[in-house]
Design a protein around this ligand. Structure first.
Ligand SMILES: [Fe+2]
Ligand SMILES: [Fe+2]
Length: 163
């Protein structure tokens, strides 16, 4: 696509996020299978449901804005983040240490999403897309809350177990 306006770039960023979310959603089952801590498992399951809702939210947003399908782009960063996460899942070792490593991978994902949604939100505000602002703010808050929860889990329990 050719990028000649902030609107074009906004659409490109939404396509990137859409691809990233789908890749993260697809990786979830495998991640769950490799996790030992029950709180971490529950957190991943909950965010998995949020991720599905975020994908739907992006689709609805695209429809509202009349920008057509968001499919067709592959987010290369998400591909790399997922590959690194799978690498961690494949390692041998102590379950708590692996859980701590999986949290490290998951937080990289959340930070990537926070950056992407923060940018898309700023564009939506600048372009005056009020519905998009509301939707993107909601997703951004979910990503931030997930990141905070992962930090809390690591710092209050899993890192100590991994020592
Ligand atoms: Fe997400
Ligand atoms: Fe997320």
């Amino acid at each position: 696509m050719s990028l000649n306006s902030l609107q074009d770039l906004f659409v490109e960023q939404l396509q990137d996020l859409y691809s990233a979310e789908q890749q993260f959603a697809a990786a979830q089952t495998k991640t769950l299978a490799g996790v030992s801590d029950s709180d971490l498992k529950a957190g991943i399951e909950q965010h998995g449901q949020e991720t599905q809702a975020q994908i739907t939210r992006l689709e609805q947003l695209a429809q509202t804005l009349g920008i057509g399908s968001l499919s067709g782009k592959t987010c290369q960063a998400a591909k790399g983040l997922v590959a690194e996460g799978q690498e961690m899942l494949g390692e041998d070792g102590d379950p708590a240490v692996k859980d701590a490593g999986i949290i490290a991978s998951l937080q990289r994902v959340e930070h990537y999403e926070i950056a992407g949604y923060g940018t898309a939100l700023a564009y939506a505000k600048r372009l005056g897309h009020q519905d998009a602002v509301t939707a993107l703010e909601q997703t951004l808050e979910e990503e931030k809350a997930t990141d905070a929860k992962l930090s809390q889990l690591a710092e209050t329990s899993i890192n100590a177990q991994a020592v």
